[in-house]
Design a protein around this ligand. Structure first.
Ligand SMILES: NC(=O)c1ccc[n+]([C@@H]2O[C@H](COP(=O)([O-])OP(=O)(O)OC[C@H]3O[C@@H](n4cnc5c(N)ncnc54)[C@H](O)[C@@H]3O)[C@@H](O)[C@H]2O)c1
Length: 388
C-alpha cells in the first residue's frame, strides 16, 4: 500500500505477518533520499518490548547493511517529552548518525511520536522508519507524519503541544508484533478503528463499521488474517484522509474538515485522558489509555451530534454497542464537572480564533465540523459518559 500526499511525498506502508524480518522489504532504497548510502540506523525502541522482538528487528536492519545504535525509550505520556527527544538526539550524535541515515521507531504511538520528532529535529531532519507494535499505532499514529511531545503547563500535561510534521520514509506494520501486546492495549487500538469506521464513507470505506463488527472476535483472538485486513482497511482510510490534507489546512474547504476529521472523539478525549483519578471497572484499570479516552470521547461527541440533529440517535446507540463489544469503557468514574472539562478543551489545539471546533461523527458514516457547539449541549453529552 502506498500513501500519496498532496505535497509530493509518498511512502510505502507494508502490512503483513512477519514483515519486520522480511529482507525484501528492508532495502536501503526504501529509506528515502540518501537511504542507499546509509550505513547506520538509530533504533529507538520501547523498553518494555520482548527482547526477542527488539533483537530480531535489529538483526533485520543489520542484514540490510545498517549498523544499529540502540536507544531504549519508556512508553509513557510523561516520557513523551522534550527530555526524551534530547536523549534520542544525543544517542544519534554519539553514534555519529549522518543525514540520510534513519531513526527506526519500534513501539507504540508514544515511541513513534517522540522518535519521529527526534528524527525531525536531528540535523534538521533525518528519515524515520515507523515500525508500530500496537494496533493503535499501526492504524493511526505511524501514518500521516504527525510527531510530537506533551508539554507540562502549570499542573497539567498538554497532549502533543509541540511537534512537527515529519512523514516517514517507510512504515512496517508487522501484525506478529502484537502477539505480546496486552489485551487492554489491543482493545484501545480498536477505539481508533471504530473512529475510522464512523467516518469511513468520507474516505472511501463506507462499510468499515460492518467489517469491524464482524472481525471483532477474530481480532481479539489474534487471528492473523483478521488483523491484517483490519489494519490494511484502516491504514487506507487514514491515508485517504491525510493524503488530501497533509498539514491540516483544509478545515474550511472540505465539508468533512479534511484531516481534522481524524479528530472525531479527540476533543473530549484529550481533555480527559491525562486527568488523574479516573477509573472504570476494576481498580487496576485506573487511568485511561489514549484509546479508552478516544472511545469515551467518540461516544460523548456522537451524542452531541445526535442532539444537534447531525446523527441519528440509533447510530449513536450502535456506536455504544460496538464499543462495548470491543471491551471499551462507555462510562468513567471520577470525571470533574463538565465546565472544567470544557475549559480544558479550550486549551486544545482544536481552538481557532478562540472558538472551539469539534469534529463530529455525522449521519451516513461521515464527519462534520461544529464550530462553537452550544455549551449546555456539550456539557450534557459529557455527562452521558459519567460513570458516577
Ligand atoms: N502521531 C499521530 O498521528 C498519533 C495518532 C494517534 C495517537 N498518537 C499517540 O499515540 C500514543 C498512544 O499510542 P499507543 O496506544 O500505541 O500507546 P503506547 O505507545 O503507550 O503503548 C501502549 C503500551 O503497550 C506497550 N507495548 C507496545 N507494543 C507492545 C508489544 N508489541 N508488546 C507488548 N507491549 C507493547 C507499551 O510499552 C505501553 O505500555 C499517544 O501518545 C497518542 O497521542 C499519535
Amino acid at each position: 500500500m502506498r500513501t500519496a500526499l498532496r505535497e509530493g511525498s509518498a511512502y510505502d506502508v507494508v502490512v503483513g505477518m512477519g514483515v519486520l524480518s522480511d529482507a525484501g522489504v528492508l532495502t536501503r532504497d526504501a529509506l528515502g533520499p540518501g537511504g542507499e548510502r546509509a550505513a547506520r540506523a538509530l533504533l529507538a525502541h520501547d523498553d518494555a518490548l520482548p527482547r526477542g522482538l527488539v533483537n530480531a528487528t535489529a538483526a533485520a536492519f543489520t542484514a540490510a547493511g545498517l549498523n544499529i545504535i540502540a536507544c531504549p525509550v519508556r512508553a509513557s505520556e510523561a516520557e513523551k517529552s522534550f527530555a526524551t527527544v534530547e536523549r534520542i538526539v544525543q544517542a544519534a550524535a554519539s553514534g555519529r548518525l549522518e543525514r540520510g541515515e534513519p531513526v527506526v521507531a519500534l513501539g507504540g504511538g508514544v515511541v513513534g511520536d517522540v522518535a519521529g520528532f527526534a528524527a525531525a529535529c536531528y540535523r534538521r531532519g533525518v528519515p524515520v522508519v515507523q515500525c508500530p507494535t500496537t494496533l493503535l499505532s499501526m492504524v493511526d499514529a505511524s501514518v500521516g507524519g504527525k510527531t510530537g511531545v506533551n508539554v507540562r503547563v502549570g499542573d497539567s500535561l498538554k497532549k502533543n503541544m509541540a511537534g512537527a510534521f515529519h512523514q516517514p520514509a517507510l512504515v512496517l506494520c508487522d501484525v506478529a508484533t502484537m502477539q505480546s501486546l496486552p489485551a487492554r492495549d489491543l482493545r484501545s487500538g480498536l477505539a481508533e478503528c471504530i473512529k475510522h469506521a464512523m467516518i469511513g464513507a468520507d474516505f472511501g470505506d463506507a462499510d468499515l463499521l460492518d467489517l469491524t463488527r464482524s472481525a471483532l472476535d477474530h481480532v481479539l483472538g489474534m487471528d492473523a488474517g483478521a488483523l491484517v485486513e483490519l489494519v490494511s482497511r484502516n491504514v487506507a482510510v487514514k491515508a485517504a484522509c491525510v493524503g488530501g490534507d497533509e498539514r491540516e489546512t483544509l478545515a474550511s474547504d472540505a465539508p468533512h474538515g479534511g484531516r481534522m476529521a481524524l479528530n472525531a472523539g479527540h476533543t473530549v478525549a484529550h481533555a480527559i485522558e491525562t486527568l488523574p483519578g479516573l477509573s472504570h471497572g476494576r481498580p487496576s484499570l485506573a487511568d485511561l489509555t489514549h484509546g479508552e479516552a478516544v472511545g469515551l470521547g467518540l461516544l460523548a461527541e456522537a451524542r452531541l451530534a445526535a442532539t444537534l440533529g447531525l446523527l441519528d440517535g440509533r447510530e449513536a446507540e450502535e456506536l455504544r454497542e460496538v464499543l462495548e463489544r470491543a471491551g471499551l469503557p462507555t462510562a468513567v468514574r471520577g470525571l470533574p464537572d463538565s465546565a472544567r472539562i470544557i475549559a480544558l478543551m479550550g486549551d486544545d489545539k482544536k481552538v481557532a480564533g478562540g472558538r472551539l471546533r469539534v469534529s463530529l461523527p455525522a449521519r451516513g458514516r461521515r464527519c462534520t465540523l461544529a464550530d462553537d457547539p452550544p455549551r449546555d449541549a456539550l456539557a450534557a453529552a459529557i455527562d452521558t459518559v459519567r460513570g458516577d
